[in-house]
Design a protein around this ligand. Structure first.
Ligand code: APR
Length: 231
């Protein structure tokens, strides 16, 4: 059975109504990264950081997966599929994808500020400022902030190296090391990009097919193409 690795970014959730980061109306047009997405910000202004993720969590609970998420989940009926996502939302899982690796953390989880392995699910959207973990330390969003290590990257590169086909949906390929994942596909493995914009594909050495569509339109189209091509 062919192995398809699907590498996604914020664009795959755009059609669910969740802002991307670098589009004109993106998150980073409205917030400064250094205020809400760095370890220093958490120390300096914990309330703003906790509020930023509470707002994003509340939004996540109000949206649904879109046809792109469902088409990716449907691929599992015909192929050996693994999703590697930069997204912290749980829309791939809610659409039915069963193997999802989150590179940048998960919005619906918190962790101990002392022990990064002490991770707990959060019920609802609100983390209260003084919520503590079992080890007594304050809790923090289970998110990889800028300047922090990406512990799942090594695992993700192993997954990418197993791909017979790589699909890249809705990422500008602007953030490292995540963007390097496209370099771990074996030579000759075809890479299909679904994005209405122009992600930075300059480091991709493999054959590329760019479907210049929004995810909700382009991913279902691609799934049909892959079935015709590989089944
Ligand atoms: N369907 C598919 N792709 C879309 C859509 C859509 N409806 N709308 C926008 N896009 C594309 C854009 O053209 C762009 O290529 O999604 C991509 C979004 O890029 P970014 O906003 O940079 O998001 P992403 O690549 O996921 O950012 C990577 O940066 O801030 C960090 O940790 C954060 O995981 C994030 C990382």
């Amino acid at each position: 059975m062919k192995k398809i690795v699907v590498f996604t970014g914020a664009g795959v959730s755009a059609d669910s109504g969740i802002s991307t980061f670098r589009d004109a109306d993106g998150l980073w047009a409205n917030y400064r990264i250094e205020d809400v997405c760095t370890p220093e910000a958490l120390k300096r202004n914990r309330a703003l950081v906790v509020e930023f993720y509470n707002i994003r969590r509340k939004e996540l609970l109000s949206v649904e997966p879109n046809p792109a998420h469902y088409a990716i989940a449907e691929l599992e009926k015909s192929f050996d599929v693994e999703v590697v996502t930069q997204n912290v939302d749980n829309l791939h899982e809610r659409a039915g994808s069963s193997r999802v690796t989150h590179l940048h953390g998960e919005l619906m989880k918190l962790r101990s500020e002392r022990n990064p392995n002490l991770i707990v699910p959060i019920e609802g959207w609100e983390q209260k400022l003084d919520d503590r973990a079992e080890d007594g330390a304050l809790l923090r969003p289970h998110i990889v902030f800028f300047g922090e290590s990406v512990p799942m990257f090594d695992r993700a590169t192993q997954i990418a190296a197993e791909a017979d086909v790589m699909v890249v949906v809705g990422t500008s390929l602007a953030v490292y090391p995540a963007a390097m994942l496209v370099r771990y596909a074996r030579a000759g493995v075809p890479i299909y990009v679904v994005d209405p914009g122009n992600p930075d594909v300059s480091m991709i050495r493999n054959p590329i097919t760019h479907i210049k569509e929004r995810g909700a339109v382009g991913v279902p189209q691609l799934v049909e193409m892959l079935k015709n091509e590989y089944l």
